[in-house]
Design a protein around this ligand. Sequence first.
Ligand code: NDP
Length: 338
Amino acid sequence: NKQVVLERYIEGAPKETDMAMKMGKIELKAPKGSGGILVKNLYLSCDPYMRGRMRDFHGSYIPPFVLSQAIEGFGVAKVLDSDNPDFKPGDFISGLTGWEEYSLIRSTWQLRKIQPDHSIPLSYHLGLLGMPGFTAYAGFYEICSPKNGEYVFVSAASGAVGQLVGQLAKLHGCYVVGSAGSSQKVDLLKNKLGFDEAFNYKEETDLDAALKRYFPEGIDIYFDNVGGAILDAALLNMRIHGRIAVCGMVSLHSISDTKGIHNLYCVVPKRIRMQGFLQSDYLQKFPQFLEHVTENFKHGKIVYIEDMNEGLETAPAAFVGLFSGRNIGKQVICVAKD
Ligand code: NDP
């Protein structure tokens, strides 16, 4: 059983050498009395939050990875054997599994059964119809209080979460601008994902001036995926009673962005509501999310961009690439097709 394991706990940005390939042994059966299922992993998800589990820190909402064991992460898998009446061989599931070819999953309560549908790729259950897509949905509708016609800014806009936030905002009748880290991503935002405008933040020497150019009347909603300098500039450009949904701060995972925030005082005179959130607090809305997004996807009103790497051994590089913007769209690893 080929596995990707974490070799050591890290500080700062992750490196490929922090992870290693290992051969483990696994019996291809779900042990009697375990209540578990034995699955073949098909697609694995690379998500920025996993960086937090690579630290030796126990005070977070999620514990660190166990060293030398397969890295735990979201995946889509096929059930090979089951000791659980809710699952049978041949079922497809999505949920927490391991960065390995086969996994024995004992804790099955958080798994979701997938009904195969030819119009939706299985891997989309890691992105558009999975945790990142739900993050976009919960963050936009539950935190941003959007209104028709409002001005919305999204950072890391071509990524797994950002690309859906922008499209949901467009469907809601908002004016949407995204920032991303390359001209290729900017092109996708404008020409494939339906954003009204987009810009490459790496080419802007003055982010405040860039936002003033795209939002001459100011920003009502900033969906923040990155923190750091972009958040600082957004604060200066928020309108009165604006909302900032703090989804993540991917720029702070690497030590390169040490500038910090200077403009937080803006929340006072502008009466900005700035709120962090975790998608897991809103899971009761998951069925509504699935219905809304699936329906719009099937009617061609939502599209989704995936960055698919082939082979388990590509996972460490793909994961590390999230922190330099190497991924174009949702980063997924294909371990096996069926
Ligand atoms: P993405 O698919 O957007 O991948 C990460 C992207 O971040 C990169 O492609 C890169 O895009 C951008 N990035 C990396 N480093 C920097 C930097 N220094 N400055 C600015 N941008 C940077 O990831 P996700 O969509 O999966 O996640 C987006 C955010 O949402 C993350 O912060 C994540 O932690 C958060 N999140 C929060 C959840 C919650 O419940 N609150 C749940 C899921 C995700 P580019 O080329 O444009 O720079």
